[in-house]
Design a protein around this ligand. Structure first.
Ligand SMILES: C[C@H](O)[C@@H](O)[C@@H](O)[C@H](O)C(=O)O
Ligand SMILES: [Mg+2]
Length: 436
């Protein structure tokens, strides 16, 4: 088993705000960015990469936290981590001089996610499997052994989780074969960013219709008249048959969310995403009750499994949008996917950012094969930006994610992309003042 000899971390930023890609009601000019971790080992040619997704200047803070956490991996064998995964995870989340900044939330948790994701990438590469396959091949006992059940055992115990996984263990191969032949369904956000012009938005709708997409997400929440205008354009282009989702990125108060959705209901949205503060469990539940059958979707800014537990248990989310970097990486996501299955809520991961599409294809494939054997209401976000920077290029055909086959977690970026986009010395940033 490889020994992790050192960790390097880089501040990688893309000037996406130039074209207002990724813009929404609250993030007017996001530069998609990530803290990019590499775990180097004593095995020639073997290393693990992991990211946490951030925006612009926030990245350098993540880099600083990751440096503080490196003692949890450097000088350790991979086996000493994966062989005692849940305890390792808990210890790193609770380092006594750092946990005051959390616990298990925000900057510190997201930074730790980059390390956890890198460990899983290394693990999958060392086993010669794509991550979804490594996870899908694990037994129920092995899977449950990587999860920290602290603070969620009132709704899910390790024994219950094992039972849940055992129910579908015998049929895993059938679903794996199905996914290998048909892939996972995707929706596009790329025609929906708030800052785009009407003409460009119409053009993009046609582009993604031609590519086979039948689910489109639109940003709302700037002001109601503009939201109605953008929604009219979307419906004119995609027709009534396609699904339309809306995303307010946390901008409304509860009452405003309900009032606005009563108007926007005319466009028959499937869901409203992040209608209010991501911490407001009861507020989401009120909105969900008031606007049904429109569902409430949320999760990209929900801090940890304990918050997900409350959203799921209280009926505050009808679509569970896990984010591969917001919570503490794969280990905690397994807990969340198990709870979503228990509460019968479909997992539709968030991927509007850099690298997130690469991650979610593994998570959703594993979820379907091993945890939740239904694709009913499941649709994965596909945001069509920056894919050219990754070694294991995404394969989307007819609006479906085709499963990756390369070993690892598909997040390794090309050396040239890293060099050009590293902040502030990369060639992309040297000539700019932005982000300083
Ligand atoms: C700033 C980002 O682009 C967000 O707008 C994006 O992640 C979004 O919420 C999404 O659901 O894709
Ligand atoms: Mg969103």
């Amino acid at each position: 088993m490889p020994l992790i000899t050192h960790l390097s971390v880089r501040d990688i930023r893309f000037p996406t705000s130039d074209g207002l890609h990724g813009s929404d009601a609250i993030h007017a000019d996001p530069d998609y960015s990530c803290a990019y971790v590499t775990l180097h080992t004593d095995v020639p040619g073997l290393s693990g990469d992991g990211i946490t997704f951030t925006l612009g200047r926030g990245t350098q803070l993540c880099v600083a936290v990751i440096e503080q956490l490196q003692s949890f991996v450097v000088g350790r064998s991979l086996e000493s981590i994966t062989g005692d995964f849940a305890n390792w995870w808990r210890a790193a989340c609770n380092e006594s001089q750092l946990r005051w900044l959390g616990p298990e939330r925000g900057l510190i948790h997201m930074s730790f996610a980059a390390i956890v994701n890198a460990v899983w990438d290394l693990y999958a590469k060392s086993e010669g499997k794509p991550l979804w396959k490594l996870l899908s091949d694990m037994t129920p006992d092995q899977l449950v052994s990587v999860v920290d059940f602290r603070h969620i055992s009132d709704v899910l115990t390790p024994d219950e989780a094992i039972e849940l996984l055992k129910q579908h263990e015998q049929t895993k191969a059938v679903r794996e074969a199905e996914l290998l032949s048909t892939g996972l369904p995707a929706y596009t956000t790329s025609a929906g960013w708030i800052g785009y012009s009407d003409d460009y938005r119409r053009e993009l709708c046609q582009k993604y219709l031609d590519l086979g997409f039948r689910h489109f997400k639109l940003k709302v929440g700037a002001n109601l008249a503009d939201d109605m205008h953008r929604a009219t354009i979307l419906r004119e282009e995609i027709g009534d048959e396609c699904a339309l989702m809306m995303d307010a990125n946390q901008v409304w108060d509860v009452g405003t969310a309900i009032d606005c959705m009563k108007e926007l209901a005319a466009f028959q949205p499937l869901w409203i995403e992040e209608p209010t503060s991501p911490d407001d469990v009861l507020g989401h539940a009120k909105i969900a009750r008031a606007i049904a059958p429109i569902g409430v979707a949320t999760g990209e800014a929900i801090s940890n499994r304990v918050m997900f537990k409350q959203f799921l248990e209280s009926g505050a989310m009808q679509f569970c949008q896990i984010d591969s970097c917001r919570v503490g990486g794969v280990n905690e996501l397994i807990a969340i996917m198990l709870m979503a299955t228990k509460f019968n809520v479909p997992v539709c991961p968030h991927a509007g950012g850099v690298g997130l599409c690469n991650y979610i294809q593994h998570l959703s494939a594993f979820n379907y094969i091993a945890i939740s054997p239904s694709l009913d209401k499941v649709v994965l976000e596909y945001s069509d930006h920056l894919h050219e920077h990754f070694v294991d290029r995404l394969n989307i055909q007819d609006a479906r994610y085709r499963l990756p086959t390369m070993p690892g977690y598909s997040i390794t970026m090309h050396d040239q992309s890293l060099a050009e986009h590293e902040f502030p010395q990369g060639s992309v940033w040297r000539s700019r003042k932005k982000g300083v």
